[in-house]
Structure formats: structure tokens, C-alpha cells
Design a protein around this ligand. Structure first.
Ligand code: NAD
Length: 314
């Protein structure tokens, strides 16, 4: 099966490429402009790499030629990044999605897309079920709402089959720290391994539905290979909720050492609590068993230790 992964050199993308291949997809390609992705994320993986932007129609058409499914992950991720430059986030995430959908229409490819739990934004109801009113509070969240809405409109109007997933906080190997927009888990693990205090925005009681990347890629692979579609967006998380302070305490157990914390100002655009209602996901992909937080954090720590080891080659 021929599958194009946009954003395939990124964190989730490079894990997905590996998963698709181990699940038997024989022709996997990626299209990535390497803005936040890295070639070394794909080291040791035999994949056709198309270097270019989803906003470049010709590059996209070349990469999508003959694709039976497209997993669209390319985006300018992160809430703070979108606050710094909302136009760039809109172009990559909203316009970029429209371009990918056009390519999919030409190829009659099934499309699985990445939306985000951030679309729930200021809506306080927990857990988040997909029928809640979206209340995005950042340009990033708005652009992700556009991502899923464009996809669903292409399904209605052109008969394309699509599955927009709302990812929650995905974490695991190949997610980098050490940059201004790093996600919280790699940031904590990297600071802990370096013996530094862990930076917590606000009081640390904010909570998230953390999802290990292997669980996400297992689900995406299944959805792409079996052409699973939905008339509505679907949460891709399993209804667990942990505070940042809880994550730190689990890291202390995994690392066998107490960790210090430095509290700084809360970040603009961040939501207080997040937890998925998993009912709709369970109806679509009953076979996936999520990796629990302790196992996932331990795997992430192991990966980051290897990354930091001298001569790791990564
Ligand atoms: P990532 O930054 O590691 O991956 C994004 C990839 O897209 C990168 O490789 C980047 O180089 C590429 N890219 C960006 N703009 C592009 C363009 N114009 N053309 C081609 N490639 C481009 O981020 P990730 O965490 O792997 O996120 C993957 C997807 O999941 C994104 O759509 C993101 O918004 C979504 N998402 C992620 C999370 C999470 O917790 N990681 C949560 C919600 C949604």
C-alpha cells in the first residue's frame, strides 16, 4: 500500500513511518520541509523522502502521486509559536491542509489528519467529548479547527474519505527538548537528566491526557491502512488525566532521585485541564490498548538517555 506521511520527519511522523513499515505498508513516503523535523529522525529507516512544503503545489503533487492514503501531520505546531506568528501558523495549518486535501482529491486517497485538543480551549466541561462547542483561545487552535473542518467539508462535498483526529498531549521517543517551544514531557526529562530544576508554568496543577506516541501511531496506522473514516472529529486519547506535578513525581520514581521545580508565569493560550472522552475512538478502533503513563515515561527517559550519550549518532 502506498502511503504519504506529511510532516514525516517530525516527532509523531518519524514514529509513524516506522510503525507503518512494521505493519506491512510497502511504499511509505514523506513530505517535509524540515522546519521542525530532522533528517536524523529517520536514520535507519528506508523511506522515500520528499523535501518540500505542503504549500508548494508541485512538490506536494509529486509526493502524493499514486498515494492510496495520506496521513497529514505537517503543521506549525505549538500554541506559543502561533501567538508569536499567527499568519505563519494559519498558512501551514489551514491553507496547508487545504492543499493536501486537493492533492488527496486528485489521487482519490483516504486522508487521516491531525487536529488538536486545543480546539476545546476555554470550554470547561470535562471530559471533552467531540460534541462540545469548540472554544479555541489561540491562533494555533483556530488553525486546527480549520484543519478538521476543511477535511469534513471535503468528505461531504467531494466524497473523499477522511478521519480527523484530535490529538491530546502526545509524548515519547523522538520528541525534542532544548528549544523555546518544547513540549512539557521532553522538557522535564531533559532538565531532570541534566540535573536542572524543572520549569513549571503556573502551579503545576494543570492537567493533561498524556498519550504515548506508540499508541497514537498504532491508531494512525490502522486508520490509514483500513481506510477508517468518520463524519465527525475523533479524540485520539484514552480519558486519563494527570497533573504536571504528578508527572514530575512519576519521573522521580523512574529516575530514583528527587527533582526540584522552578515555577514561572503561566503561558498565554494554555488551557487549565484536558481529558478526552474516548467513546467515539473506541467505536472506531476497539483493538488499540493504550500504553500507561509510567511505561511511556520510562521509555521516553531511556530514549533521551541514549540521545544524550556520547557518540550516540543521533
Ligand atoms: P513536529 O513539529 O515534530 O512535526 C511537524 C512536522 O511538520 C515537522 O517535521 C515539520 O518540519 C513539518 N512541517 C511543518 N511545516 C511544513 C510544511 N509547510 N510543509 C511540510 N512539512 C512541514 O510536531 P508533532 O508533535 O510531530 O506534530 C504532528 C502533528 O500533530 C501536527 O499537525 C501537530 O499540530 C499535531 N498535534 C501534535 C500534538 C502533540 O502533542 N505532539 C498535539 C496535538 C496536535
Amino acid at each position: 500500500m502506498t502511503i504519504l506521511v506529511t510532516g514525516g520527519a517530525g516527532f509523531i511522523g518519524c514514529n509513524l513511518v516506522r510503525r507503518l513499515q512494521s505493519d506491512g505498508a510497502d511504499d511509505v513516503r514523506i513530505l517535509d520541509n524540515f522546519s521542525t523535523g530532522f533528517e536524523e529522525n529517520l536514520s535507519g529507516v528506508d523511506v522515500e523522502i520528499h523535501r518540500g512544503s505542503i504549500l508548494d503545489e508541485e512538490a506536494l503533487a509529486r509526493a502524493a502521486k499514486g498515494a492510496e492514503a495520506i496521513v497529514h501531520l505537517a503543521a506549525r505546531p505549538s500554541v506559543p509559536r502561533s501567538i508569536a506568528d499567527p499568519m505563519a501558523s494559519h498558512q501551514a495549518n489551514a491553507t496547508g491542509t487545504l492543499m493536501v486535501l486537493e492533492a488527496a482529491r486528485r489521487e482519490e486517497a483516504h486522508v487521516v489528519l491531525a487536529s488538536s485538543s486545543s480546539v476545546y480551549g476555554a470550554n470547561p466541561t470535562l471530559p471533552k467529548n467531540e460534541d462540545l462547542r469548540p472554544m479555541p483561545v489561540s491562533p494555533y487552535a483556530v488553525s486546527k479547527l480549520a484543519t478538521e473542518a476543511y477535511a469534513l467539508s471535503y468528505q461531504s462535498v467531494y466524497g473523499l474519505t477522511v478521519l480527523p483526529f484530535r490529538f491530546f498531549n502526545v509524548y515519547g521517543p523522538w520528541q525534542r527538548a532544548g528549544h523555546a517551544y518544547a513540549a512539557v514531557v521532553p522538557q522535564f526529562v531533559s532538565q531532570a537528566l541534566a540535573g536542572l530544576p524543572l520549569t513549571v508554568h503556573g502551579d503545576g496543577e494543570q492537567s493533561r491526557d498524556f498519550t504515548f506516541v506508540d499508541t497514537v501511531t498504532e491508531t494512525l496506522s490502522l486508520a490509514a491502512r483500513e481506510r477508517i473514516s468518520s463524519p465527525d472529529p475523533v479524540n485520539l486519547a484514552f480519558g486519563t488525566r494527570h497533573t504536571l506535578l504528578d508527572v514530575i513525581s512519576r519521573l522521580e520514581t523512574i529516575l530514583g532521585t528527587p527533582l526540584t521545580v522552578e515555577h514561572v508565569e503561566p503561558r498565554a493560550g494554555d488551557v487549565r485541564h484536558s481529558q478526552a472522552d474516548q467513546s467515539r475512538l473506541r467505536e472506531l478502533v476497539a483493538s488499540v490498548t493504550p500504553v500507561d503513563l509510567d511505561t511511556g515515561l520510562a521509555g521516553t527517559v531511556e530514549w533521551m538517555k541514549r540521545l544524550n550519550a556520547p557518540n550516540s549518532g543521533r
